[in-house]
Design a protein around this ligand. Structure first.
Ligand code: SF4
Ligand code: SF4
Length: 397
């Protein structure tokens, strides 16, 4: 049976986080079970975008500090903090995120390194289900061991993001956008996430989740911080995801990526997981504001094929921007994987502003992640709201 350690942690005070992280790792057998002397260890954090830790879109530096210190105590020769964010995988772009996220300060204070290798590497995965060859960040390829330190959040495309989705950041920069264009539906995208898991299965030794402050509502970047007060740790990323979902009071089987994990035998179908440490019932946030994953097709069995596209558009969330506020920077336009955005002048002239074509839009929400001004919001129509009320919550007994 899979095991996941759960340790309560009230806030980000460093001594409390150190204690919770070391307790969680000890419950799994201790840090020396995962790290050997002399190894180069990459801590794969979530560095989605340039913002401070208070926004709760990125892994909090105190959690990275806590696990980094343990890794050093175990004799690692190098501790490198790395990720590839939503934008370009370049020194200039990533340095801004390193600084804003607080991770650069943590690295300097503790003798860790921030990744400065922005090369990518094409890997081969002959048994990959949807991807046999794909690019990954070279720094992950060169690591002896990876520790995945994710942030627990809602996600407007996948429903939630935690351990497994965090490894999508192994794909360099804007190649991620191309991958969204290639793997348009959530089912296929989920398979790609598990191809990535397959590729890293020997190197990725531990998954740790920062769920002290999670994100609820329209995540992963425009949601609201919400306290859960927990640290999670586990060897199996899918098991860590299941426990994270339970903390958000979401039925794990309502999430397509968990069903993909079951189909591909990354986790057993009964989701049998032994939770070690603190009592999960004490930490579940009953009124956590969730979002449905973007594969909701309530009419699939009842209406003809030609009508399903229209109904799907009406019953799913969509990206939207207030055209008065749009700065016309073109970031969303340049990176939309299906060219669903055009830059159109307003009636008064001036800088052309972003306009969405919802017939083309595949709802990947890359534009939401990439807008440097946080202006792309997630819009829900009345049909969506009526159909989704409470639909991914656990059924009461
Ligand atoms: S408009 Fe935004 S959500 Fe739609 S496909 Fe383009 S990037 Fe993705
Ligand atoms: S990225 Fe944001 S500001 Fe830039 S064009 Fe798109 S919506 Fe406008």
């Amino acid at each position: 049976m899979e095991q996941v350690a759960l340790c309560a942690c009230d806030d980000y005070e460093q001594s409390k986080v150190d204690l919770a992280v070391s307790k969680a790792v000890d419950l799994l057998g201790g840090i020396n079970k995962f790290i050997k002397e002399g190894q180069t260890v990459v801590i794969k954090a979530n560095m989605l975008m340039k913002c401070g830790p208070d926004k709760c879109a990125t892994t909090h530096p105190s959690v990275v500090e806590a696990i980094g210190k343990l890794v050093k105590q175990a004799g690692a020769s190098k501790v490198i903090i790395a990720d590839s964010a939503g934008g370009p995988f370049t020194e200039g772009y990533m340095n801004g995120i390193y600084k804003a996220s607080g991770l650069k300060g943590t690295a300097d204070k503790n003798g860790f390194e921030m990744n400065d290798n922005f090369n990518s590497f094409e890997v081969s995965l002959p048994n990959g289900k949807v991807a046999k060859r794909f690019l990954i960040c070279d720094c992950l390829e060169k690591a002896d061991v990876i520790i995945n330190v994710s942030k627990l959040k809602t996600h407007s495309f996948t429903g939630f993001t935690n351990a497994v989705k965090n490894m999508f950041g192994a794909i360099p920069g804007l190649t991620k956008v191309e991958m969204h264009g290639q793997f348009k539906t959530l089912d296929v995208f989920g398979d790609f996430l598990y191809d990535i898991q397959e590729y890293f299965k020997d190197k990725l030794v531990l998954n740790l989740t920062d769920a002290i402050m999670a994100m609820e509502g329209p995540g992963p970047s425009n949601g609201t911080p919400r306290k859960i007060g927990a640290i999670l740790a586990g060897v199996n990323g899918s098991a860590v995801d299941v426990v994270g979902l339970k903390l958000m009071n979401i039925d794990p089987k309502s999430m397509p990526t968990i069903n993909t994990a079951i189909q591909r035998k990354f986790i057993d179908e009964n989701l049998d997981i032994k939770v070690l440490g603190d009592n999960i019932e004490d930490l579940i946030v009953q009124d956590f504001k969730t979002v449905m994953p973007n594969n909701f097709k309530p009419f699939a069995n009842y209406v003809p094929q030609w009508l399903q596209g229209t109904l799907h558009r009406l019953t799913t969330r969509r990206p939207a921007v207030n055209r008065h506020k749009c700065k016309g920077c073109k970031k969303c336009f340049e990176h939309c994987p299906v060219k669903a955005i055009t830059m159109v002048p307003t009636k008064k002239g001036g800088v052309p502003k972003a306009k969405f074509d919802y017939k083309k839009c595949i709802r990947c929400f890359c534009c939401q992640e990439l807008c440097p001004f946080g202006l792309v919001k997630v819009k829900t129509g009345i049909v969506y709201k009526v159909l989704h009320i409470g639909s991914n919550k656990k059924k009461s007994n």
